[in-house]
Each structure stands twice: as C-alpha cells, then as structure tokens.
Design a protein around this ligand. Structure first.
Ligand code: PLP
Ligand code: COI
Length: 339
C-alpha cells in the first residue's frame, strides 16, 4: 500500500479494503456480508435511481492515544436512519444490525484509521437504497444497505479556524413539510446550486433561511448552526433542518459547562447579537463562523471581530474532540469501543 499522508488528508473518497452489504428481500433483512468490490450492480429501474428512494448517514471512528478505536454515537445514526426510512417508505434497519455493520466495516478496514496524532478520522458512510424495479411512483420491494469507510481530514479549509458564509435566497434546500429533516440524497441535489454559488463568490459555504418566510435561520450547507451570547447556546428549531447528532451532543456539553441552551426559531437579525457562532456536523465538527453576508440586503454580520474562534466554540470543540478520541471520560456513554 502506498503510504498515506495522514496529516494532509482532505475530505474525499479513498479506496479501502472492504465494505459491508445487507440485502432486504421478501420482507426481511439478510445477513451482513463483507465485500471488496467498490461498485454496485443494480437494476436500471431501481427506485433509488428514478425516484430518489435513497438515504445515507455519516459518522466517524477515531484512534485514541491508548490505541483503542472509538465510534461516536452509532445508535443515534441508526435511529436517524430509521426516521428517514419512515419518511420515504423504506424498511427500517434495526439498531443492532446497523451498529454491527458499522463495527464490522471499521474492523475490516482498521489499517485505514488515521493515527491519533494526525487529528484525522475514519469517515463511515452508510447508504440505504431502493433496488427493486418500479416504473410507477411506488416504494421498492427490495433494498440494499451498504457501508463504506474512507479516511478523512477537515471538511472546511483550515480545520478549526473561522470561515465566511453567505445567505442564499434564490434556492431552497428543503420545504417546511418536505424532506429536510431526513438524510435523503434529494436534499443534497437541491443544495448543489446554492453551494456552487457560495463557492464561486469566495465563501466557504451557503447559509439557508427558512423556505417559507426567509426570515429565520435554517442551517449552513451540510451542518447545523449555533450562536453564542450571554452564556447561552442558541440553535434553530425548524422542521426543515437535519437533526444533527453533533449539535445534540454540543447542547449537552454546553449544559455540562453551565451554559444555557435554547432551541427555538432564530430570526436573521439576531445574527447581529451573537458573540460567537459555528457550523456543526460530523464532517465539519465545529467550524467557527467569521461572518455571514446577506448580499441582497447589503448586510454583513461580522461575528468574529479578530477572525479567531471564540472561547466558547473552542471549549466545546476541545471537549467534543477529547471524548471522541478518548482523552476524557465518556460520561454520556456516547462512544462504542471496537473490541
Ligand atoms: N445538516 C445537514 C444537512 C447535514 O448533511 C449534516 C451532516 O450529517 C448535518 C446537518 C450534521 O449532522 P451530524 O452532526 O449528525 O453529522
Ligand atoms: C456529515 O457531516 O456527515 C455529512 O454528511 C456532510 C456531508 C459530506 C454530506
């Protein structure tokens, strides 16, 4: 194997040794199978290809200083996938099976888990697709669950450093009663134009307001938003954002640190009042926000005056990373250690 430059990994695909697959046929899930083939052979009329009957997840495994491998909150991802299945009429995969698949694929690809010192991690990508053939718009009768892994570095340039964001009004990612709260591919297809526009304008990511009123903050690209002021962690409550497991974990850690937590609609103007803000997610971890520009309204909400991550973001980031890498006790039982 070519030497991997662990410290300079980007957030991209790298071939590993194995993936894990499980087929749903005749109303039941089969066995977990270890596979070394990178491609899928599916029917051209599969519902995932035509009608977007597709869901994915994202989580990470970390190598600790003690050499142990820790997987962060896999049960929470299993539950979110079940909620997505309910949303787009796919059969739910039981939590134990999901976690067993994750452990199996991580174990089989152990040599791709970045070393502790590199600060990188193994990204785990579970995928569930409708494989049964349909031409009418109906759910499939057959499904395939696949999990692959790939070693990754930071999602945003510079890792834990501040970045500029831009509010995009002309494209919506998800409607109030649409699929925004599910992790389905269609939401990401809907985000491609907005994401490209943000990048073309020199921003690191697009920022969405609620699709109905364009008044409240929804989320930022593939990450949730949080703002900090008056010793309070404030994060949007909205029916069209993905319930982030990182955000949920940060709310708990904030509470542990004596910081008040509010989950409620956050009007755009409130951006002016935040002392700090961040985008959070598995890939992003915490990406502190430098400023958010609203080009149509000729406004720039500068959040980090000195361009550096603020003290609360830094504390939360360090605390979360310490739990994920096993440097601090896992007091909330979030971590699954690979045996
Ligand atoms: N929001 C969107 C749209 C995402 O794709 C993700 C990534 O999974 C998140 C938020 C963050 O969620 P999590 O913290 O569970 O990774
Ligand atoms: C994640 O944070 O896990 C994501 O899924 C982000 C993205 C690459 C879609």
């Amino acid at each position: 194997m070519k030497e991997i430059d662990w410290a300079n990994l980007s957030f991209g695909y790298m071939k590993t040794d194995y993936n894990v697959r499980c087929y749903y046929r005749d109303g039941a899930w089969g066995e977990l199978e270890l596979c070394s083939e990178e491609t899928l052979n599916i029917h051209m009329a599969a519902t995932c290809l035509h009608y977007g009957q597709e869901a994915f997840e994202g989580l990470k495994a970390y190598r600790g200083k003690d050499g142990k491998i820790r997987i962060f909150r896999p049960e929470a991802n299993a539950e979110r996938l079940q909620s997505t299945c309910d949303g787009i009429l796919m059969p739910e995969l039981p939590t134990e099976m999901f976690v067993a698949a994750i452990k199996k694929v991580v174990k089989a690809n152990e040599r791709f888990i970045p070393p502790y010192e590199s600060g990188a991690a193994l990204y785990i990508r579970p995928l569930l697709i409708g494989t049964g053939a349909q031409v009418g718009v109906h759910p499939a009768d057959e499904y395939l669950f696949v999990v692959f892994v790939t070693p990754v570095g930071p999602y945003f340039k510079g890792g834990f450093s501040t970045n500029p964001y831009v509010i995009i009004r002309e494209f919506d990612r998800a409607a109030p009663y649409g699929t925004g709260r599910y992790k389905v591919g269609g939401n990401y297809a809907a985000s491609l134009r907005a994401n490209k526009k943000a990048h073309d304008l020199g921003y690191s990511c697009e920022f969405y307001l609620d699709a109905k009123e364009k008044k409240y903050i929804d989320e930022c690209g593939a990450a949730n938003f949080f703002g900090i002021k008056n010793n309070t962690y404030i994060t949007p409550k909205s029916s069209s954002i993905l319930p982030s497991i990182t955000n949920r974990s940060l709310m708990q850690l904030a509470e542990d640190l004596g910081i008040k937590v509010e989950c409620r609609p956050v009007p755009e103007e409130e951006l002016e009042t935040f002392e700090e803000a961040g985008a959070c997610g598995t890939a992003a971890v915490i990406s502190p926000i430098q400023r958010i520009d609203d080009l149509e309204n000729k406004k720039s909400y500068v959040i980090s005056k000195d361009g550096k991550p603020g003290p609360v973001c830094t504390k939360l980031y360090n605390k979360l990373r310490a739990i994920q890498y096993g440097d601090e006790p896992d007091t909330h039982n979030w971590v699954t250690i690979l045996d």
